[in-house]
Design a protein around this ligand. Sequence first.
Ligand SMILES: C[S@@+](CC[C@H](N)C(=O)[O-])C[C@H]1O[C@@H](n2cnc3c(N)ncnc32)[C@H](O)[C@@H]1O
Ligand code: SF4
Length: 431
Amino acid sequence: MVESFFRKNLGRLFTGEKEIALENRIPSFEELDSKFRDIQELGVYLHIPFCDQICPYCPYNKEIYHSQVAKRYTNAVKKEIDFYVDIFGNKPVTSFYIGGGTPTTMLYSGIQDILLYIYDRFNMQCEIHMESHPNHLSADNLNAIMSLGVKNLSIGVESLQNRHLKNLRRPYDAAEVIDTVKRAVSKNFKCVNVDFIFALPTQTCQEIEQAGHTLVEMGVDQIAAYPLFRFPYTKMGSEGNESIFKLSTILKRRKMLGILEKIFYKAGFERTSVWAFTRKGIPKYCSVTIPLYIGLGASGGSYLQDVFYLNTFNAAEYIKALESGKMAFALSLDLSVKMQMAGWLYWRIYETRFIKGDFNKRFGKDFDLVYGKYMKPLAFLGFLKDDGEQIVLSDRGTFWLHAFEDLFSIDYVSTLWGTSKQEPWPTKVTL
Ligand SMILES: C[S@@+](CC[C@H](N)C(=O)[O-])C[C@H]1O[C@@H](n2cnc3c(N)ncnc32)[C@H](O)[C@@H]1O
Ligand code: SF4
């Protein structure tokens, strides 16, 4: 009740909207063409919605891998690429991310084909960042991944203790995953990231401390440590009663993150986003870094300044649409300037530091005039430092400001992804 009151009123204050609703208004070719006309550079996100298993906590769009579906999916993605080639031609693509699901399910059944197609047609000026699953990282598979040109690899480790791996239904034990990560680290990637989930049911601070040390000892370049989020439409989300808005849950997370921060900083890592810590001097592993991007594949989202498009989540429907010569857009949302500014601030807080002048470059408005009234009290509380040009969040500010952002994002994501998973072509989704 209190949460929804806050959400409604603060949402209105920051976005200027009574409600945010995505609708199935599909753009014409001409409309899209005009959206791309002034864009100088783009990011590309490619979604691979297949996994060998469905984990009980995972909110992402995925289904069980079948080779025949992967084959048709590959051809559908190529058709989607053809469509965009006509629109943005030779503009540089300066950020490229392959996420999932589990992209490595398609290591020998389509990924290479899609990448060759992309590099042949788009003006690619960036490295590949790709997610992978620990069970797909034999020495041969790691070599195959490197030969695709992937320079930055992420591995979903999740936990380093057998009892938690078992609860999370992960198909490996701690000793196996440590070996796998070390094997990946010994290869020539620029950045190896591992994903780690903490604040698991009954997890102790001692276990977190032990895992923190093992994480740095494995020699990885980056650690993304997420607290367990419970999305209501996942199995674990519908079972647990640890709401992230409960003070005890928030304090448990804060304490555990504090333990990890201490270990990571001592080992020479620095914070590069709310949940990520990167070895100093190593470029960070991250999703698309360019403000404007297109999303390929089922559930791919495209952000084009004043509009956001979302593809259907259903892989079969995605394939069917592209096979019949249509695009797979299911929903769109027009973004007012105030909404774009709120989105910009959300992501800068996520990254924990930003240059105020970048806001001016993007929106032609002075940052302090728009958001100064919120920054001043936050600086006073020690949540951030403002040296006039740059704002840097403190560890305390990073945690609490993001806990505040979660008030919106977890609910928005649950509604949008939960509905899109159930209905391939929803008429309207109100956040
Ligand atoms: C797409 S998955 C990773 C790649 C691969 N599919 C795997 O499972 O190893 C992205 C990561 O998000 C994190 N994640 C997924 N569900 C989460 C949740 N409910 N709470 C916190 N982190 C979660 C996990 O660390 C997971 O590895
Ligand atoms: S955590 Fe990874 S393997 Fe598990 S369902 Fe999610 S995307 Fe698939």
